[in-house]
Design a protein around this ligand. Structure first.
Ligand SMILES: [Zn+2]
Length: 325
């Protein structure tokens, strides 16, 4: 596995840790969802273990160490993740890890432990972990990965060297995305994924774009007084609410941009510009900002125990009123 085209600069920095022999004992790789943190962390772990790294610092893929990694039997490599997606890393998993960490690495090079997502460490696991970080074993590198820094205990954060990945440069992502069989939609899906390449790759499936189109049509028909907000609200209960709320907010942003005559390529939904141009001139700009504000508040309310039917009704009724002529 190679690096993604937008990762070369970050890789350079990681490689420097090895070249300059100042590899941190605990490295916390963080950044937005879907930018390839996990792949970068794996590359780093493999490079630490490889006997004959390439000139780029990446692992060779052929030495005895690399072969052991491929066979998932390298004694100095451990990959710790929740046993089920979305669950915590258990204290039992951490105990097994600690027992292993008490011994020296088996080979001459480093030992690498990958922990992801690091925010899945529960309190008990985090405490055991902290104890280890106070007295770490030689040549051992813990690599933690997370896109939710705020969920990580401050005590852990403060003991790790932070390595923060920026949002990838669009100019490096678009050519890559176009190669992933999404040539026509590359720019649209990247906008929908708010710049996250791997999320965009996932969105490039027809289903995601079709679902967005269906929702947009329903939203449009409310504006044209052809659909009832309460009925649409009920249909929307099945959909993932954060995605839906992002679509709504970005449609409104596009409407605002349309009023300011932004170039179509800077719209989130350039492919919907005809319909947006039909709506934009009839909307009161102050009321549109108020509606946008309602969407922002709704994002916060989604984190509470809100009744979602009521939430969508409130949003869609406001939207219908906004479009009344
Ligand atoms: Zn190798």
């Amino acid at each position: 596995m190679n690096l993604y085209p937008w990762q070369h600069h970050d890789w350079q920095q990681l490689q420097n840790y090895i070249v300059q022999q100042r590899v941190p004992q605990a490295l916390l790789i963080n950044g937005a969802l879907g930018i390839g943190k996990q792949q970068l962390a794996e590359q780093f772990a493999h490079a630490l273990l490889c006997n004959r790294p390439q000139s780029t610092g990446l692992s060779c893929g052929q030495c005895s160490s690399c072969l052991l990694i491929k066979a998932q039997t390298h004694p100095d490599f451990m990959d710790v993740q929740p046993e089920e997606v979305g669950k915590n890393i258990t204290i039992a998993q951490i105990r097994t890890l600690m027992e292993k960490l008490n011994l020296k690495p088996q080979f001459e090079r480093y030992r690498a432990i990958l922990i992801h997502p690091a925010d899945a460490l529960n309190n008990a696991a985090a405490n055991a972990f902290l104890k280890y970080l106070e007295e770490p074993t030689e040549r051992t590198v813990l690599i933690l990965v997370t896109h939710r820094m705020n969920k990580l205990p401050a005590t852990i954060k403060s003991r790790c060297q932070k390595f923060t990945l920026a949002m990838p440069d669009k100019n490096l992502v678009l050519p890559w995305l176009a190669q992933q069989s999404t040539a026509e939609n590359a720019e649209i899906v990247l906008n929908l994924a708010q710049g996250s390449p791997l999320l965009a790759q996932q969105y490039a499936t027809d289903e995601h774009l079709m679902q967005r189109r269906d929702c947009f049509n329903a939203w449009l028909s409310i504006a044209r007084q052809q659909s009832h907000p309460v009925i649409v609200a009920e249909q929307w209960l099945k959909l993932p609410e954060t995605t839906l709320l992002f679509w709504l907010s970005s449609w409104v942003i596009d409407l605002m941009r349309y009023r300011h005559q932004t170039a179509p390529r800077n719209l989130y939904h350039a492919d919907l510009k005809m319909a947006l141009s039909e709506l934009a001139p009839h909307l009161n700009p102050i009321k549109l900002y108020e509606f946008y504000d309602l969407l922002l508040q709704s994002r916060r309310r989604l984190e509470t125990q809100i009744n979602k039917q009521v939430l969508w009704e409130e949003i869609l009724i406001s939207w219908a009123l906004l479009n009344r002529r």
